[in-house]
Design a binder for this molecule. Sequence first.
Ligand SMILES: Nc1ncnc2c1ncn2[C@@H]1O[C@H](COP(=O)(O)OP(=O)(O)OP(=O)(O)O)[C@@H](O)[C@H]1O
Ligand SMILES: [Mg+2]
Length: 516
Amino acid sequence: MAHSKVNNVILQAKSISKTFGGIKALDSVNLEVYQGRVNAIVGENGAGKSTLMKVLTGIYQDYDGQIILDGLEVTFANPKEAQNSGIAIIHQELNLIPYLSVAENVFMGREFVNRLNLIDYKKMYSETKKLLERLDLNITPRMKVSNLRIGQQQIVEIAHALSLDARIVIMDEPTSAISEHEIKVLFGLIRSLKAQGVAIVYITHKLDELFDIADSVTVLRDGKLVDSNSIEDVTHDDIVRMMVGRDIKDFFVKADVTKSKEVLSLRDMCLAHPRREGDYIVDHVSFAVKAGEVLGLFGLMGAGRTELLETIFGLHPKNSSGDIFLNGRRIKINSPTDAINLGIGFITEDRKLEGLVLQMSVAKSISLASLEQTERFGFLSSTLENRLAQDYVDRLRIKTPSLKQVVENLSGGNQQKVIIAKWLAINPKILLLDEPTRGIDVSAKNEIYKLINELAKAGLAIVMVSSELPEIMAIADRIIVLSEGKQTAEFSPAQATEESIMRAAIPKSFNKLQYY
Ligand SMILES: Nc1ncnc2c1ncn2[C@@H]1O[C@H](COP(=O)(O)OP(=O)(O)OP(=O)(O)O)[C@@H](O)[C@H]1O
Ligand SMILES: [Mg+2]
């Protein structure tokens, strides 16, 4: 029985168009979603992927075209109706409520109640625990979401989607913030969902994943359908060509940069665990970075990479210890303001933390921090603001209808570019980058690598955290591996192999991954 259901079209988008204030985000797009298959969708930042998914799940109701489910036309008045029809979505921009627990988030609006009609927390916790176990996420269901790392939040979103027992599961960049091990677990789950006849719609910028997990791939460009193919019929290069509409010839090649003096150096940096006494999240890390150097930090989720950057940036003054030297002089950094005043920039992995920026225009977001000084002399003109912003919009190819557009309305990848631009405009001497290319498409990634290289050439010292091995191997002058908060290896890119880096990254006992 179940078998006859496999490989049928379950959901169909017919000639879908959607505009935002005169701008066409989708232009007569057709899509067929098959049961028991992973239907991948790719395209550059701003191509319309998330918008199409929002049309299919009742978030946008004002579109042209038809949605056909099980052969019948449907219109969803709201997301709940799509959910009731068996469609679940994992959103690219995580939608969890920070002050609620993991379990409350997973079962929001569908709480279990007991005979007295009170919320049955026991059941909610035990059901959540089962889901988290399936996903191999070692956190307790009672934990507040605000205490979770972005990658852990992504897994909680996945748990929520699984809990719906949907027939169609849409995943909008589910692996953008999780690392190798979690991706393996997720792929295992996707395979078992497939075997049960569930249709998966899978969006990613990590094109290599497609050959691992996808059955078909649909390419969107500028809101239009380019083509849909069976994965066996296309190569990586074919997909890139369809995405960008041309061959990418000038792929990033790292230029040699002369390194001069040490700019930043750390000695025995520690970050104590907030609750487990004697335990460290960052455990006696020491290294130095020179002007012109790109230092890559690699580690699995929970290795302490983000926390190390946060500690340098003055975000944990109470729990941290160790010495920081700037140009050979010992300094104290007790707050992000201290760090910024010393010329340190920090591009975090969490877009939502950059909160404020989302409500502002592209021009304001990029220029605000850097133009504060000029304002003191009384000439913060919008001309100046616009000139600066336009320069970065061009350099990073930020896709926006105008400089006045509110950042929140840009596609996910383009929001990330605005944040990068904002920090670059501050002209830092030291730049801390945490997963700077998360959610960024292939060609824009290429641009960002070139930019990082140029910044190094201009004399910046750069520390970059990345979970993507090929990325870190391409761009770093030196790679330091962290595992369970400790430095476990250091490589030059010439010595490093993906295997040797991974070996240094894997904790001694896998169960001891430092989720907290
Ligand atoms: N709420 C909105 N208001 C105005 N414009 C929007 C809104 N949402 C999306 N857009 C625009 O629609 C286009 C498609 O955006 P969408 O988010 O679908 O892209 P995407 O393919 O998901 O990109 P990414 O890979 O960066 O996530 C973009 O030009 C974007 O700026
Ligand atoms: Mg998107």
